[in-house]
Design a protein around this ligand. Structure first.
Ligand SMILES: NCc1cccc(Nc2n[nH]c3ncnc(Nc4cccc(O)c4)c23)c1
Length: 232
């Protein structure tokens, strides 16, 4: 997160850190006791390694009583996701067991009504991604407030030039923005998860490349279907 601030400890108890070999690679959000939603692109640099999911954390390094690493029983990428585009950039991770819910670990409701968030709505992104262009990695969860940018404007030059579909939304990215390591994390508007961070042009903090999010409401049937079909 560029231009943001340290979140209050455990004030975002739905935040997940996707870890490979003990290192944070992406964000995620707890949407059910045994399910974390993230971004399909987060599985790209895995080379067959395995994910673990960290829940209940504020600091990535310090011992915290409610912090716990979960093994992943299943990783389901959206069938439409691919490395060339931002389309359908969603990943569902089934935890090895149900998460122990507490004040520090909670489920975040997501938007089920497929209606665009009105442009200008102030939303929040959070994550442990880069806090500087030089690639500084925070130890504690960061957050930033961003206004939604209309799809019509986001699709103009010099912005994203007609690559933003109805299943994506944009936020202004001048100075304050998501960045590497924030992919997969939530965009929260009025207390409800509306989007999942996608890297898009991978540019951070440049007003010409607004932040792009996958609109969760456009994938409710897929999400419900995967969770319902998964075996215990
Ligand atoms: N703001 C959109 C957004 C959301 C999520 C991730 C991303 N960026 C990235 N996703 N993956 C990446 N691999 C390498 N570099 C990357 N961005 C980068 C790194 C250092 C300086 C800088 O200005 C930009 C990214 C960008």
């Amino acid at each position: 997160i560029l231009g943001g601030s340290t979140a209050g400890a455990h004030q975002r108890p739905y935040m997940a850190s996707l870890q490979v070999d003990g290192h944070h690679v992406c964000g995620g959000l707890l949407i059910a006791e045994q399910w974390v939603l993230s971004a399909a692109h987060c599985m790209e640099d895995m080379k067959g390694k395995t994910f673990q999911v960290l829940l209940g954390a504020h600091s990535l390094s310090q011992p915290e009583p409610h912090k716990r690493l979960y093994a992943v029983r299943a990783a389901v990428r959206h069938p439409g996701s691919n490395i060339e585009t931002n389309d359908d950039d969603l990943l569902l991770l089934q935890l090895e067991e149900k998460a122990t819910l507490s004040e520090h670990v909670k489920i975040l409701p997501f938007q089920r009504q497929d209606v665009d968030v009105p442009p200008g709505t102030m939303c929040e992104a959070a994550g442990w991604g880069f806090t500087s262009h030089s690639g500084r990695k925070p130890d504690e969860l960061q957050q930033v407030e961003r206004p939604v940018k209309s799809r019509e404007e986001c699709n103009r030059r010099p912005y994203h030039d007609n690559t933003i579909t109805d299943k994506m939304l944009c936020t202004d990215s001048r100075k304050k923005d998501t960045c590497k390591g924030d992919s997969g994390g939530p965009l929260i508007c009025n207390g409800v998860a509306e989007g999942v961070v996608t890297a898009g042009a991978r540019v951070c903090g440049n007003y010409k490349k607004p932040g792009i999010y996958t609109r969760i409401a456009a994938y409710v049937d897929w999400i419900d279907g995967v969770m319902a079909a998964a075996e215990e």
